[in-house]
Ligand binder design. Structure first.
Ligand code: GCB
Length: 602
């Protein structure tokens, strides 16, 4: 299935289906038997893209877990006869089956990656068509992200995430109606090699037909700088302008299938030329070492929840530039495609994470991960099913994101239980597949929880660089004991330096919950002053180990979680509030990061 982002070109059409859709929950899972695939009875109206939860004023709908349905009407133009017509979902969280005029079209598992429903056969051309989507947002240990679903005596289902973000669901990303020629470009990939001032872009194009393929590359002024013919080939770019941190040059690749002079299909998009590799204890971009400064983020904002919000996206990039950041991790799932497009334009690096979170059985893994608790998560009866889904999601993520210059690494799990030997074959499979799927062979990593220490972690050897999530001074030895936290932190770092002397190490999480505009003199935990003291302590540690090449603080902004005794209206480790205003720590970071070069730390 093609993962290409929908575009308009001489041969293609993409029409937004965003807007108000029909919506119904289906707590008894009776919709299908009642024929809802043909049309929902008395639907409510709901915005797309958005999570459904935070629109509602009653707890039952906000917390809804189970089957639910979306529906819309789409007009398919008569002049599209002969084309392949599809509905393309940016995502549907977490399980979806699509119907067109009552006919089942396709199903998709995994709530953070796109899929296409080909409605060519079921659609009426020149008329309205009804698109209905049946979805389900229950959590289990066979699907990512992992969690459980409990059923209350009343029959109501409740999601029990093994992860620390709200189980937002729905049609949370852009939806398009698309038309493509029957013979079309289904995918392509690029690989970059730098040769002095020049660059070679080796490409590979997939099509579903036999006609000849041509490829050209144009610079930002629109001048064609390289051309080639054939499904595979090399575009040689003289005096190539490289894609660099905060200095992103984008060429446009244009691929055509033609029958003589007649263009059958045409696909174009911006691409940056750059290389990325790990050498010794450094991460190299275009052969030069980089130091990662930035954040673990979430797709999360008021009212629309995890819904793609183009305004929030813009604000987030402006804040990242203001503060001097150069990188973020898409914790804990692949984000909306538009965000990678923006990172490509802005020259911001991305560690792209698949939604493999919650592979540690705990409803408060963020706290229990430091307690020494072990859960042998990959020794379960359900593990083979989970692994199959995980591998499939990695394949989809890499297929979707492999051509983005901004993506410098794949994060294949967040905080899995790595203490039991049963994790090893699981990791081996996951890491091998990521290498196989990625034409650019980018570095692979996973975020190690506190329990995964040298001598205990069985799996860090699979990662090309280590990514640590550490909370000394917060979950462990915080407040008045922070000096003990620093000592414990240093002794763990000494052990890592010895255990893994030959790989780069970055921090993918460190942070302290902080109530915006709450302060104490002297500081106490949760105050703005403590957040800064905590960060200063962490940075003292980072700055004393040369093998540390990145600091991605947790989190960019406060974000929504499941309610509980550890969370007051969500996770408050943001450097910005959920409304994207600075806490005092934001000014502290701005000073630290702006005192370093944009992309490197001497
Ligand atoms: C973690 C998790 C992240 C949590 C964070 C926290 O280790 O990876 O999802 O939100 O800790 O704040 O506890």
């Amino acid at each position: 299935m093609s993962m290409l982002y929908p575009i308009n070109s001489t041969s293609r059409r993409a029409v937004s289906l965003n807007g108000l859709w029909g919506f119904r929950t289906d707590p008894k899972s009776e919709g299908l038997a009642c024929g809802w695939q043909h049309g929902l009875p008395a639907p409510d109206s709901i915005p797309v893209p958005a999570s459904f939860a935070d629109f509602y004023t009653d707890k039952e709908t906000r917390e809804y877990c189970g089957d639910f349905w979306y529906q819309t009407e789409v007009f398919v133009p008569e002049e599209w006869q002969g084309k392949r017509v599809s509905v393309r979902f940016g995502c549907a969280t977490h399980l979806a089956t699509v119907y067109c005029n009552g006919v089942e079209i396709t199903s998709h598992e995994g709530g953070f990656l796109p899929f296409t429903a080909d409605i060519t056969e079921a659609a009426h051309f020149g008329r309205e068509n009804r698109i209905v989507v049946r979805m389900n947002n229950e959590l289990s240990e066979t699907r990512l992200p992992c969690g459980a679903t409990t059923v209350l005596p009343s029959g109501r289902k409740i999601a029990k995430p093994y992860f620390d973000f709200y189980n937002y669901s729905g049609l949370q990303r852009n939806v398009f109606l698309t038309a493509e020629p029957r013979e079309s470009i289904t995918g392509y990939s690029v690989r970059h090699t730098l040769l002095g001032a020049d660059a070679e872009v080796a490409y590979e194009v997939q099509t579903n037909g036999e006609h000849a393929v041509t490829v050209e590359l144009a610079d930002e002024a629109g001048n064609v700088v390289a051309q080639a013919a054939g499904r595979t080939g090399v575009l040689t770019v003289r005096d190539a302008k490289l894609w660099k941190v905060r200095d992103a040059y984008l060429y446009t690749i244009r691929i055509r299938i033609a029958d003589g002079e007649r263009v059958i299909d045409e696909y174009a998009e911006p691409i940056g030329i750059r290389t990325v590799e790990v050498r010794g204890r450094q991460i190299l971009l275009n052969g030069e070492p980089v130091y990662l400064k930035g954040f673990g983020k979430h797709e999360d904002s008021d009212i629309v929840g995890r819904g793609f919000n183009i305004g929030v996206m813009k604000r987030d990039f402006e804040l990242m530039k203001w503060i001097g950041a150069n990188c973020f991790r898409t914790s804990h799932y692949p984000y909306s495609e538009e965000i990678y497009q923006m990172a490509d334009r802005e020259g911001i690096l991305i560690i792209d994470e698949v939604q493999a979170v919650g592979c540690f059985e705990s409803l408060m893994n963020f706290a229990e991960a430091s307690s020494g608790k072990r859960t042998a998560f990959f020794a379960k009866e359900t593990t083979p099913q989970l692994l199959a889904h995980h591998l499939h999601s990695i394949e989809e993520m890499i297929e979707r994101d492999k051509n983005h210059a901004c993506v410098i690494a794949w994060s294949l799990l967040n905080e899995p239980d790595t203490t039991d030997p049963s994790a090893k074959p699981y990791f081996e499979a996951v890491f091998a597949k990521a290498r196989e799927f990625d034409p650019q062979k980018r570095p692979r990593t996973f975020a190690l929880l506190m329990n995964s220490k040298p001598g205990v972690c069985q799996c860090h050897q699979y990662a090309d660089f280590l990514s640590l999530n550490r909370y000394y001074g917060w979950y462990l030895l915080g407040g008045a004991e922070i000096e003990l936290g620093e000592a414990a932190f240093r002794s763990e770092m000494d052990a890592w330096q010895e255990a893994v002397p030959d790989k780069p190490l970055i921090f993918t999480e460190y942070g302290a919950d902080t109530d915006a505009a709450y302060d104490k003199l002297p500081s106490t935990m949760w105050s703005e002053s403590y957040q800064i003291e905590y960060l200063e302590m962490c940075h003292r540690v980072f700055d004393s180990y040369p093998g540390i090449v990145g600091e991605l603080v947790w989190n960019f902004a406060d974000f929504q979680t499941t309610e509980g005794i550890m969370r007051v209206g969500g996770n408050k480790k943001g450097i910005f509030t959920r409304q994207r205003q600075p806490k005092r720590a934001a000014f502290y970071f701005k000073e630290r990061w702006e005192s370093l070069p944009l992309d490197y730390k001497a």
